[in-house]
Design a protein around this ligand. Structure first.
Ligand code: NAG
Ligand code: NAG
Ligand code: NAG
Length: 447
């Protein structure tokens, strides 16, 4: 431990409650708990962010000075010293350094609250041996999918949800074996937690938050919906030129379909051709984010049908670089989003009041898709999970796009999406559901 940290721990007061954040030490997972740390630190309890030294250095660079000064960073030994192979191995080797840090703090304060990534459950298990420590999981997935996954894990279909579970097509192939193994390895330690925090809004998922709270399912764990935690300022790039936003400025209201499957997903060449033809034949306006990330072979260039970009000129825009997704969804010309339905995309689209064309690709995406289409009724299915071995044909795509963007049914769905988005945005304002939940969590941990 560095001297600075010793000094900070010695400043802790006996009657205080200290909060320790334990993210999964992997790129793409660090930011979530960092955001939450900043939010919680505004309540003036000491907040410690526990990460590998290299990650902590990055985090400090990413934050503005006012946030840095409110957080304490605790460095874990760097990877070389532990010599693990993959992040999954790493997530099983940090138990001792984390335990000793939590123990140190617990001896100095009234109570220690550990908030951690679900995949760090093994590493924080020593909380259970400290009388004044308790832990909470932070979930950045939909509560609905937590709930369904829990039902699958417990292999019991909940009585009054039987109908629902029946309607959900087979969930085979929903997660990879590797992810299942990892979850299996963490699962035994998840019972230690005292509750869950979710990046969702009660306005969206109240029913399933209530279901989660039911004793027989989650062993009476408390649940809070502290979300959506979005960047407060949507106009942060407005003084920069952006191709998509410029283009959107010239289109009629609610007329553009935004098509994006995220950074880590690629479709097959054949599927891309069908998608191109489907979009063209729909005659609807679109922005298509076509990135070929994570393919391994950098040379592969996605082939669009010959002359495609010429033919759709003025109607469709193909972009191959990063796009400001949230700003695009918030733009008044955007009227639909074709998405693979990871929770980030769903939550952003719902919050901005944009209906979704559901095209799930893996993990919990089909479950999120079901939430969007069948429960919230703010979207239409493009890719049926039950037929995931098949290529989605151009004619299917064309039909769904027309229905979503240019039909009475589409208008009804869009109206519902706009109303839901409005309600979600209102819930993040002062005194809304978001603040009530956050206050309630703080009140609970400092009781
Ligand atoms: C939440 O999870 C999604 C999907 O795993 C990820 O893309 C996103 O960056 C996460 N949010 C934060 C703040 O890290
Ligand atoms: C940091 O602090 C500012 C206010 O000073 C706040 O607006 C912002 O959302 C905070 N969070 C992060 C992650 O930077
Ligand atoms: C919560 O979800 C929103 C929308 O997807 C995302 O932008 C934000 O980074 C997430 N926050 C956390 C703390 O995971």
């Amino acid at each position: 431990m560095t001297q600075v940290e010793n000094h900070e721990l010695s400043k802790l007061k006996q009657d205080e409650v200290a909060i320790v954040m334990v993210p999964l030490p992997a790129q793409g997972h660090l930011n979530q708990l960092l955001q939450l740390s900043c939010l919680i630190s505004s309540y003036h309890h000491p907040v410690y962010y526990v990460g590998l030294a290299t990650h902590n250095r990055q985090a400090r660079i990413a934050l503005n000075p006012s946030n840095i000064s409110k957080l304490h960073f605790h460095d874990l030994p760097n990877p070389e010293l532990i010599a693990f192979e993959t992040i999954w191995d790493a997530s099983m080797h940090l138990r001792d350094p984390i335990a000793s840090f939590i123990r140190d703090i617990s001896s100095k304060v009234r109570r220690v609250i550990v908030v951690h990534d679900p995949m760090m459950s093994y590493n924080v298990q020593d909380v259970s041996s400290l009388p004044n420590a308790e832990s909470y999981i932070f979930n950045n997935i939909s509560v609905f999918s937590c709930y369904i996954i829990m039902c699958l894990f417990l292999k019991t279909s909940v009585q009054h949800e039987e109908e629902l579970l029946k309607k959900l097509y087979s969930f085979e192939g929903v997660t990879t074996d590797e992810a299942m193994d990892l979850s299996d390895s963490q699962h035994p330690y998840m019972d230690i937690r005292s509750g869950d925090i979710h990046n969702t809004s009660k306005v969206i998922e109240r029913k399933y938050i209530d279901s989660m709270e039911q004793a027989e399912l989650s062993l009476n764990k408390k649940q809070w919906a502290i979300g959506p935690i979005l960047p407060t300022k949507l106009d942060y790039i407005s003084n920069k030129e952006d191709v998509c936003l410029d283009w959107l400025n010239k289109q009629p209201p609610r007329s553009v379909l935004y098509v994006s499957f995220g950074t880590t997903t690629s479709l097959s060449d054949r599927q891309i051709k069908e998608l191109a033809m489907g979009l063209e034949q729909s005659k609807q306006r679109f922005i298509w984010v076509l990135r070929d990330a994570d393919r391994g072979d950098i040379d592969r260039k996605v082939e669009l049908p010959q002359g495609f970009e010429e033919r759709v000129k003025g109607v469709g825009l193909v972009v191959r670089e990063w796009t400001p997704q949230l700003q695009i969804l918030a733009h008044s010309s955007t009227g639909g989003f074709m998405s693979h339905c990871d929770w980030t995309s769903c939550l952003e689209s719902i919050t901005m009041g944009v209906p979704i064309g559901v095209w799930p690709i893996h993990t919990n995406q089909p479950i999120n898709g079901f939430l969007v289409t069948d429960i919230l009724k703010v979207g239409l299915l493009v890719r049926d999970w039950g037929k995931r071995e098949e290529v989605v044909s151009a004619s299917t795509i064309q039909n769904v796009v027309r229905k979503l963007m240019a039909s009475e049914e589409g208008d009804t769905i869009r109206k519902r999406a706009e109303e839901l988005g409005e309600a979600v945005r209102q819930s993040t304002e002062k005194g809304g559901a978001f603040q009530i939940e956050l206050d309630s969590f703080i009140a609970h941990i400092t009781r």
